[in-house]
Design a protein around this ligand. Sequence first.
Ligand SMILES: C[S@@+](CC[C@H](N)C(=O)[O-])C[C@H]1O[C@@H](n2cnc3c(N)ncnc32)[C@H](O)[C@@H]1O
Length: 284
Amino acid sequence: MAGVCRLLRHAVPRPDYLVTEAHAILIQLCPFAIMTNKFPWYKLTRLPSRFKTRLRERGIRDTVAWVFYQVSWRWYEWRMGIQTDEHGYGVDCPDAGDYNGYEPTDYRCLPTIFNYLGPDFSKSVFLDYGCGLGRVVISAAQHPFRRVLGVEYSEELAQLANRQIARIAPRLRCADVQVIHADAVTFAVPEDVNAIFLLNSFTGAVLEGALLQLRASLRSRPRELNLIYMFPHDYVDRLSKVDWLEAVCELPTQKWSYFKCVVYRNIESQRADQTNEILSSKAD
Ligand SMILES: C[S@@+](CC[C@H](N)C(=O)[O-])C[C@H]1O[C@@H](n2cnc3c(N)ncnc32)[C@H](O)[C@@H]1O
């Protein structure tokens, strides 16, 4: 009898396990349900002509790689239980003057960016300026950053991003991840932020306002800061004229996206480093 009981205990899953599993399955189905509900199905009718044009213009190798990417990122998001595509939630966030609308970064660019910021992630606090549905925030949080932040102007996008983050929190390597609903112009950059990502989220006066906030934060607590700036390759690099930023290098993202990716660093911190070096060599 005791043997039969033991056997049953092992054969029948524990109720808490069943609840966890059911929850996991629902989470997997949830983005799919949302997608099927809100997905602009008419776009599918354009697929054959897009495919044919691509094949004609770029050749078979590029087209096969493109199809592979389209399938693989959707598969990845489905597995993770997230939706960061611009049509994912049927959210409409168009461009408005200096505020640019939502367009997520191509996943293939992200390893290059995080390789640049690594390997010692635990010393960095990462901020995505205009994070939308949180693709870059979630990808950053899969590295052991000390903290990962996103700032988003659209309240709807910020809420959706936070909901997704809460859902997948146990699968992230960074424990402190948050999207803040704010305008970059008025958002006071926390004094521990030392890695910033900006995918052409805003231009003109909004960009100037955000840079003023960043400068104020760096003045209040001087530190070295990497600013990774992505902008359409045929646009003017608006940061090249900022006298307290210096272009350090360009990351090779153009083979996957029409965005150029330039890494900037604040000049004052380098001067401070040099001064420290001189002082310590004098002390020796
Ligand atoms: C090009 S998307 C970038 C999305 C995300 N960073 C990524 O790479 O996947 C621009 C985002 O910036 C947001 N945005 C535009 N102006 C903003 C502002 N002044 N403050 C905060 N977010 C802003 C938009 O709502 C949009 O979601």
